[in-house]
Design a protein around this ligand. Structure first.
Ligand SMILES: [Zn+2]
Ligand SMILES: [Zn+2]
Length: 378
């Protein structure tokens, strides 16, 4: 996630006023009219940071670890993205010119397409191994009728009659210092310098149409709820030849009924009959990797764990897998027949346990601690 605080050079607990101040200062220094085209990217970063931190709702969201700009859900947000117009609005909004910088020529209609967010729900097994998925998403495409020009076939944009193609209009305003010439975007053409007399009928002059797309996504092993996979250039088409936005696929991992994930490790609980715990046994466990043998050693205590190395979750962006921890839950029989109870009494007699001695386990030993340690970090 972008560090917007660092971009603006403010502390995480900076006040609204400080953030605004820092933004204005940077914007003034970096505005392309002042610093030239080289600073345009940096200028956009600063504007993006302010878009989030300058808004208390978005800032709160960001502080919780979600970038409100990271990707925009659905069509509405995705349709436009954060483009030139937002910056334009901040500098020229209301016709003012807060920094003495003014639009000098017609604005470009070209805009980058918006980013789009879709969700994909995976089973735990799919998250363990990775999976190839098809997701359905509504995306903007370049209009086939006008090829994105926004004009009806056979027509062209016309120079704006009001600003004569300049994109700006000037007017004289009175101030304490005398008459001042101010420049503001032309209201007739929105600052573009051209108007579109015959908008394309198929896209209503937007240059884009929307349709449902099926997108194949290769989801790597190790993703978890909240992981976002970025498909660069697979989002909305840009406006008037602008580049495409990105498509983000956000993962939701379903709970599994048997296996629980903690990081790259998996945990499960295996019920072991009391007799098997005492005598030892080899038990077969149905894992995501098929049947696996679990060795229950003679004299196994409740709460013991058997680790099956490398049968956990695939590590995201690294090689290898975590481990599968099988927690052994020794089952005390509750349905003894008379005959079985008699056998157990004989065993108790043979072991001199008819009147069991009450031994308290030392601190650090005993099942209470083993269980606690086994579930630490849950
Ligand atoms: Zn069109
Ligand atoms: Zn105009």
């Amino acid at each position: 996630m972008n560090d917007y605080y660092a971009t603006l050079g403010v502390a995480r607990d900076a006040s609204e006023a400080d953030i605004k101040k820092a933004y204005r200062k940077l914007a003034r220094e970096l505005h392309p009219d002042v610093a030239g085209a080289e600073s345009a990217d940096r200028f956009k970063e600063v504007a993006a940071a302010y878009e989030v931190l300058g808004n208390s709702d978005k800032r709160a969201q960001y502080d919780r670890g979600v970038d409100p700009r990271g990707a925009r859900g659905g069509q509405q947000g995705g349709a436009q993205g954060f483009g030139f117009e937002d910056i334009f609005e901040q500098f020229f909004g209301g016709g003012g010119s807060p920094f003495g910088q003014q639009q000098r020529g017609p604005a470009s209609r070209t805009q980058r397409g918006g980013d789009t967010l879709v969700q994909a729900t995976l089973s735990l097994k799919e998250a363990v191994f990775g999976v190839s998925r098809e997701v359905q998403v509504d995306l903007a495409d370049v209009c086939g009728t006008c090829s994105g020009s926004c004009c009806a076939p056979g027509t062209q944009p016309q120079q704006c009659a009001q600003c004569h193609g300049q994109g700006v209009v000037q007017r004289m305003a009175r101030s304490l210092l005398g008459n001042v010439m101010t420049t503001s975007p032309c209201p007739a053409c929105g600052g573009y310098g051209t108007t579109i007399p015959s908008p394309c009928p198929d896209c209503s002059g937007q240059g884009r149409t929307h349709s449902r797309h099926t997108v194949k996504v290769d989801i790597p092993a190790g993703v978890e709820t909240g992981t976002r996979i970025r498909l660069a250039g697979r989002g909305d088409a840009g406006v008037a030849g602008g580049q495409k936005g990105d498509l983000y696929v956000e993962i939701r991992e379903k709970r599994d009924e048997v296996f629980e994930r903690r990081g790259d490790d998996l945990h499960c609980t295996l019920e072991v009959p009391m007799t098997a715990a005492a005598l030892g046994a080899t038990m077969t466990v149905d894992t995501f990797d098929g049947d696996q043998a679990v060795e229950v050693r003679p004299g196994t205590h409740a709460g013991s764990t058997v680790k099956l190395k490398g049968l956990g979750v695939g590590r995201l962006q690294r090689s290898g897998r975590g481990d599968l921890h099988v927690h052994l839950d020794v089952q005390t029989p509750t349905d003894l027949t008379d005959e079985q109870a008699e056998l157990l009494r004989q065993l108790a007699t043979a072991r001199g346990e008819e009147m069991p001695e009450a031994n308290l386990a030392p601190v650090g030993g005993g099942v209470f601690h083993r269980l606690r340690d086994a579930f630490k970090g849950r």
